[in-house]
Design a protein around this ligand. Structure first.
Ligand SMILES: [Zn+2]
Ligand SMILES: [Zn+2]
Length: 245
């Protein structure tokens, strides 16, 4: 019934592609722009980044990417749908700093579609619930929304896994991570998250926009583990990749 209503609404009010403006039905992108996104087809088993660009890796390739500097202790596994490059970088900026909800929809839909495919292939262990990376209340007040929550909503709909935002909070207002180096990032994040609810035996997936060094989600995962979580995976829309010249 619900999809029927959506179908009728889409026919009455067809949406335009966020990137090129062509008709996009009930989605945020047209079929051509979906296909042209820089999808990660062969993910690194540690960070979820691409093993060989965005194309299929040659047979026998290592399953950990060669630019993977992440060593998780609290995160079990990370997945990213897209490489952080054009047009994904532009969509992330517009979703985050210009509050364009349709850009957050594109990002969430792409992550949801990617994860649903992985689950159908048997590669994805489904968590009990989804946790969007919390924003500090004062940052939330300034920005007016949490982009991780905006992204998590289409993911939740795609996979039929609930979102939970209570029981975990950002208690320290850290400075923007992008300006900091590795050690400074970890210092910046110390004690940043507090888990108040008991999470004994629960399997959780953290949702975020971009995975770079992974220090934010690692700090959050550590807090969830301390709260009793049985497993923590990270679902990010896009993975930054260092390009070798
Ligand atoms: Zn398009
Ligand atoms: Zn990697």
């Amino acid at each position: 019934m619900h999809s029927e209503v959506n179908g009728i609404l889409a026919a009455l009010f067809p949406r335009c592609c966020v990137l090129c403006g062509l008709a996009a039905g009930r989605w945020s992108l047209c079929a051509g722009c979906w296909a042209d996104l820089p999808w990660i087809r062969t993910p690194c088993v540690r960070c979820g980044g691409p093993l060989a660009g965005t194309d299929a890796a040659p047979a026998g390739a290592a399953d950990v990417c060669n630019h993977c500097a992440i060593s998780w202790t609290a995160v079990d596994r990370a997945w990213s749908a897209l490489v952080y490059e054009y047009p994904v970088d532009r969509l992330v900026t517009q979703a985050k700093f210009q509050a364009r909800a349709e850009c957050a929809s594109v990002l969430g839909e792409s992550l949801g579609i990617y994860l649903r495919r992985l689950r159908n292939l048997g590669s994805l262990a489904a968590p009990d619930w989804i946790l969007p990376v919390p924003l500090h209340p004062s940052r939330l007040a300034t920005r007016g929304f949490n982009q991780a929550l905006e992204i998590a909503q289409p993911v939740s709909r795609c996979l039929r896994i609930p979102i939970r935002v209570s029981g975990c909070a950002r208690v320290r207002n850290t400075v923007e991570q992008t300006a900091l180096t590795g050690t400074a990032r970890r210092r910046n994040l110390r004690g940043a998250f507090r888990v108040s609810a008991g999470l004994s035996g629960q399997h959780i997936a953290i949702v975020d926009d971009v995975l770079t060094t992974g220090s934010t989600v690692e700090a959050l995962a550590a807090a969830l583990r301390e709260g009793g979580a049985a497993s923590v995976q990270v679902w990010s829309v896009a993975r930054t990749v260092r390009r070798e010249r």
